[in-house]
Design a protein around this ligand. Structure first.
Ligand SMILES: [Zn+2]
Length: 501
């Protein structure tokens, strides 16, 4: 591995994963390198400042308004009390308007342009626009019911405190129903406050048995977040969606990066290794389908364990942290997991903080955040390429595949991994089926319009013919028999005869 020492490479000092305040917990880029605990302290300070500034602004506006009122009404000093209250109301709405303007300027998601502004529209209507398909709704409501049932069953084992936990959790979910217009960070703050209060009370009740409290808190998180998921995952007030698209495009643009460029110690020709790689990719993709933050974390942990296994089998020795990060980057590049940033943000905001700050879940999650940060700033130097080559590959003017055919991705002609090539083949098949389905739908629509036109044209034609040849009923001619004048000349009718025999 002499190549490794020449590169600046992908390496993170383990101390960089920790909180910048030196408290010993894992930090996170979303919290500016702090752990959840230190970040909350900072955030609360900042929020206090914001509230004070808001008040100062409101007071200033009110003073201006009052000064304007006094000058426009000359020296009339007796002010009717009613008009004063109206006036301060107007001041307040102006202040709200100003705040709203500031907020909408920040939010530039595509969604925002198409949806009615949730702040100006009447509250009741503002959230009825989103109607997921009935099957999805049914499926998710079945899941919600099951989770609620499990929660109640679990709480029964706790007896009296269980009832209290249930009451508070339900009360909290109801109170969140009125807060849909809040920003993502404020929603996170509400949920984190609830976790904090609940776990404090539980610790108090169970005399500091943190293991038991963690177990209960996991169930509380599961219950609450299953119910809140739809309204707080990738909320309209955040730019999560925009970030998702940026990351997705970035990963797509890096499709040419090979296992060799990243110095990933994984040999996919070994069946067990390629099996682990496929499982790791599946796990990280599956993260998006989970609703509970902790279940999403579990996907990341499972993915990471498959990665460690792939490295261990390839190298025939335990994997080191230095091997892990580049391999995780490789897996993320290959998987291009859906809504990656939204999922990271969701976990950061709504996971029980003790799970993120310590333990293996916290460790793997922090590494995943690191991997994404690396992908965002990946350049030629970190891949052992000249800046010119990197640019040419990024712009699609050249492809590294032609120069080094053994370092190809499985998607191209020479396949390293039969399972992956099968997946690729199936995906191609699916997309061609989709195209054909689209054609069939278009054909059916055309046929429908043609049929309607044909029906109209036939009706028109019939009408025209009817107008051209109107139906006239002529007086009835006399009966045929009337003309048979010489009836008496005809032979007599035959008579039936009976033959004896
Ligand atoms: Zn800290």
């Amino acid at each position: 591995m002499s190549q490794r020492s020449e590169r600046r490479g992908i390496h993170v000092d383990q101390s960089e994963l920790l909180c910048k305040k030196g408290c010993g917990y894992y930090g996170n880029a979303a919290w500016q390198g702090l752990c959840s605990k230190c970040w909350r302290e900072e955030y609360q300070k900042a929020r206090q400042r914001q509230i004070q500034e808001d008040w100062a602004l409101a007071e200033k506006l009110q003073r201006e308004e009052e000064a304007a009122y006094v000058s426009s009404h000359g020296s009339s000093q007796t002010q009717p009390p009613q008009s004063h209250s109206q006036q301060s109301l107007a001041t307040f709405s102006k202040f709200e308007e100003k705040k709203t303007n500031e907020k909408t300027r920040k939010v530039t998601t595509v969604k925002k342009f198409f949806s009615p502004s949730s702040r100006t529209a009447p509250k009741k209507e503002s959230h009825e626009g989103k109607t997921p398909s009935p099957s999805i709704t049914r499926q998710s409501s079945i899941e919600t019911d099951r989770v609620s049932q499990d929660f109640v069953e679990f709480l029964k084992t706790l007896q009296k405190p269980g009832r209290e936990i249930h009451k508070q959790s339900r009360g909290f979910i109801e109170s969140m129903g009125n807060k849909k217009d809040l920003g993502a960070e404020e929603l996170s703050e509400c949920v984190q406050d609830f976790y904090q209060g609940m776990s404090d009370r539980l610790l108090n009740h169970y005399k500091g048995s943190s293991e038991k409290v963690d177990r209960i808190m996991d169930q509380v998180e599961k219950y609450i977040m299953t119910r809140l998921y739809k309204s707080v995952f990738c909320p309209e007030t955040s730019d999560d969606e925009k970030k998702d698209l940026v990351t997705q495009h970035r990963i797509r643009a890096l499709h040419w990066v090979t296992i060799q460029m990243l110095c990933v110690p994984v040999d996919e020709e070994i069946p067990e290794v390629s099996d682990s790689v496929v499982k790791a990719i599946t796990d990280i993709i599956e993260m998006d389908s989970k609703r509970v933050p902790r279940d999403k974390l579990a996907c990341i942990t499972s993915c990471s364990k498959h990665i460690f296994n792939a490295i261990r089998v390839t190298k025939n020795e335990p994997a080191s942290a230095d091997d892990f990060l580049p391999t995780l980057i490789y897996i993320v590049l290959k998987a291009n997991p859906p809504r990656l940033q939204s999922n990271i943000q969701y976990i950061t905001r709504f996971c029980n903080p003790s799970r993120l700050m310590t333990g293996e879940d916290g460790y793997y999650f922090t590494n995943l955040c690191c991997a994404i940060a690396f992908i965002e700033k990946l350049d030629g130097q970190s891949l052992n390429l000249s800046p010119e080559d990197f640019e040419r590959y990024m712009s699609g003017q050249a492809s590294p595949r032609r120069q080094d055919d053994t370092a190809v991705w499985p998607q191209s002609g020479t396949c390293v991994n039969p399972a992956l090539s099968q997946i690729h083949h199936n995906l191609k098949l699916l997309s061609s089926l989709e195209k054909r389905q689209q054609q069939v739908i278009e054909g059916a629509q055309n046929l429908q319009t043609e049929l309607a036109e044909w029906q109209d044209s036939v009706a028109r034609e019939v009408q025209e013919i009817l107008e051209r040849y109107p139906l006239e009923i002529k007086p009835r001619a006399s009966a045929i028999d009337a003309e048979n004048v010489e009836n008496d000349r005809l032979p007599p009718p035959l008579q039936p005869q009976v033959f004896a025999g």
